[in-house]
Design a protein around this ligand. Structure first.
Ligand SMILES: [Zn+2]
Length: 255
């Protein structure tokens, strides 16, 4: 009973965090401050009152439109809020209290923001990836990842993509992937350690090639269609952080 109550609290806390992530996702790529001023409607500029700012609930109550100018509110808002709430509840249930929970929640929030920003802008802001590398490493000092694995993770994660980036440039004289992807995988390495970083890269590339293939099959894309790789890295990292260890165990037992 107490436990289910705390899971509800974790979800509520997550919904509020998701609300802040929406502010980050909207403002960071536009070069605006994420702490000031309060939220306003992008259509008419009217400041939102507190009851229009409630995660998920306000979107549903307002029917997905601004109360005064009727501009549609992006469905990203309730989706990010609901997703973050779900993540907080699941992480609390799975990890319990402790430094690993805090580390995974910060990591998860960074992944959600990077996923949404890359999807919309094909951009992975340094303001998230660079502090992420430092924070991930600091948490590795007190969590099971361990600082050695974290350091190797930063080097391997960043290094592999950096090498691909340079190689692609040499061969094709064009950017095959953005340098933001390099820093993002270094951040993933800092949080998850080097083994799960390789799992992330494999899962991300796998998901990317499946979706790329599907798009080509239905004639919606070509080999050149730029799918933001950061979105796949985020999905891969999410999988690696949850089912990654069991996948690794299974794989290593095949030898
Ligand atoms: Zn409005």
């Amino acid at each position: 009973m107490i436990r289910s109550l705390t899971i509800v609290y974790a979800a509520l806390f997550g919904a509020v965090a998701g609300s802040f992530l929406n502010v980050v996702i909207y403002r960071l790529p536009r070069g605006k401050s994420v702490v000031w001023p309060g939220s306003a409607c992008p259509g008419c500029g009217r400041r939102l009152s507190w009851y229009e700012n409630l995660p998920v609930v306000s979107y549903l109550a307002l029917g997905g439109r601004c109360r005064s100018c009727k501009t549609p509110i992006a469905s990203r808002y309730p989706i990010v809020e609901a997703l973050t709430a779900l993540m907080f509840a699941a992480a609390w249930w799975y990890y319990g209290a402790g430094p690993l929970l805090v580390s995974r929640l910060i990591f998860g929030c960074a992944l959600i923001a990077l996923f949404a920003i890359d999807l919309e802008h094909q951009l992975l802001p340094n303001a998230i990836t660079l502090p992420g590398i430092v924070i991930g490493f600091l948490f590795s000092l007190i969590t099971e990842t361990g600082w050695v694995s974290s350091l190797i993770g930063i080097a391997v994660g960043g290094g592999i993509l950096w090498a691909i980036y340079e190689l692609w440039w040499l061969l094709r004289k064009e950017e095959g992937l953005g340098f933001g992807d390099v820093k993002m995988l270094a951040m993933i390495g800092a949080f998850l350690g080097w083994k799960l970083t390789i799992v992330t890269l494999m899962l991300g590339s796998f998901a990317g090639s499946i979706l790329g293939g599907l798009l080509m099959l239905v004639g919606r894309g070509t080999m050149k269609t730029a799918l933001p790789f950061g979105t796949f890295l985020a999905l891969g990292a999410l999988l690696a952080a949850t089912v990654g260890p069991s996948v690794l165990d299974w794989y290593l037992r095949q030898w």
